[in-house]
Design a protein around this ligand. Structure first.
Ligand SMILES: *Cc1c(COP(=O)(O)O)cnc(C)c1O
Length: 352
């Protein structure tokens, strides 16, 4: 606190990202990064871009990347928005689409950045409880609201909401923007981008940080009706005209174009997830059904915080949230088969 701060700064409650430890030898299963590297074609495109042209500003609209995404999903470039990570895209969506004075609705168990953005932009919100199985019940969202947002699959549960349920939500809230945060959709979900032409109130966000293994590059996107995209562009051009640098634009475009590598690495993560779920079940864990690159698990006899501490002592880090309803769960990112083996060995040591 300092007299130089704008007064609202002292009341901000910032997001706390998962730890990025300096120790290289840890088995890092705490922030849902992809265990496989980015597409070699994306890396090559970025290496080529590393030249004298860096003295010039990048394309403020990232047209090269918008076109690659539009081609990938069969939409128009005017339906695509780009940002410096999907967190920035989400921030602009909160700022530009959710400030209507009525409460924004999102699940009680969800991505913990949503209430942070509400705090930053002064947006009232209401956390809508997931059901007993940690599923979203769309009927619970049929109440006056200033917008709706949820990840699909949800985080940190990994649970998927079916497309027809999303459609129902869109139909019963025609006067609200519904944002579907598809950070993990490529690991077993079905994208709602197929619905954007029919629902002008739908905005779908995605990131290249998880399924395309480019968390270090910071690229996110949104797809929706051009009117929604225009609001985001107006905010972006009032904030930072160049959110994506030259490397990010070409690297992300090449990543979208390299479908073979993308499919192969997503499938490897899915296969590892199914294998790990079976092993965790054998060890007595309850595992929520996951369509993501992580699993959300609880052991009926073991305290989650103690378990996480034991894993850490053995060089394996996972994520524990000190939050009501989920304090006895651990979120474990899907790593390589070797990392899974290290995790299971460490769990066996603890469970005895
Ligand atoms: C990881 C994640 C994001 C943020 O992704 P970035 O593009 O890296 O900013 C957004 N939403 C959810 C639910 C996430 O898990």
């Amino acid at each position: 606190m300092s007299k130089f701060w704008s007064p609202f700064v002292k009341d901000l409650v910032p997001y706390v990202p998962g730890e990025q430890p300096k120790l290289a030898k840890l088995v890092k299963l705490n922030t849902n990064e992809n265990p496989y590297g980015p597409s070699p074609k994306a890396l090559a495109a970025m290496q080529t871009e590393l030249n004298d042209n860096l003295r010039l500003y990048p394309d403020p609209n990232g047209e090269r990347l918008k076109q690659a995404i539009a081609d990938y999903y069969g939409v128009q470039p005017a339906q695509v928005f780009l940002g410096n990570g999907s967190d920035e895209v989400l921030a602009h969506a909160f700022h530009g689409l959710f400030q209507h004075g009525k409460p924004l609705l999102f699940p009680d168990i969800t991505y913990s950045f949503y209430p942070v953005y509400c705090g930053l932009y002064g947006i009232p919100f209401e956390a809508v409880p997931l059901d007993e199985q940690f599923q979203i019940r769309v009927a619970d969202y049929a109440k006056p609201n200033g917008g709706i947002i949820f990840p699909n699959p949800n985080a940190p549960t990994g649970c998927l909401l079916a497309l027809d349920a999303i459609e129902q939500l869109l139909k019963s809230n025609p006067d609200s923007v519904v944002v579907v945060d598809e950070a993990y959709v490529d690991f077993g979900g079905e994208t709602a981008i197929t619905l954007v032409d029919r629902y002008p109130n739908l905005l779908v966000t995605q990131t290249l940080s998880k399924s395309r293994s480019l968390a270090g590059l910071r690229v996110g996107l949104a797809v929706g009706h051009p009117d929604l995209i225009e609001a985001l562009e107006r905010i972006k051009n009032s904030f930072n005209s160049y959110p994506l640098d030259r490397m990010a634009i070409v690297g992300a475009a090449a990543a979208f174009e390299d479908k073979a590598y993308f499919q192969q690495t997503c499938q490897a993560v899915i296969d590892s997830r199914e294998q790990l779920v079976a092993e965790l079940n054998d060890l007595g864990f309850d595992v929520l059904p996951s369509a993501a690159n992580f699993v959300f698990v609880r052991h009926p006899q073991k305290d989650a915080a103690t378990l996480a501490a034991s894993l850490r002592e053995q060089g394996v880090i996972v994520r524990h949230f000190k939050q009501a309803r989920i304090a006895q769960f651990l979120r474990i990112s899907i790593g390589t088969p070797e990392q899974s083996r290290a995790l299971v060995e460490a769990l066996k040591v603890y469970l005895g």
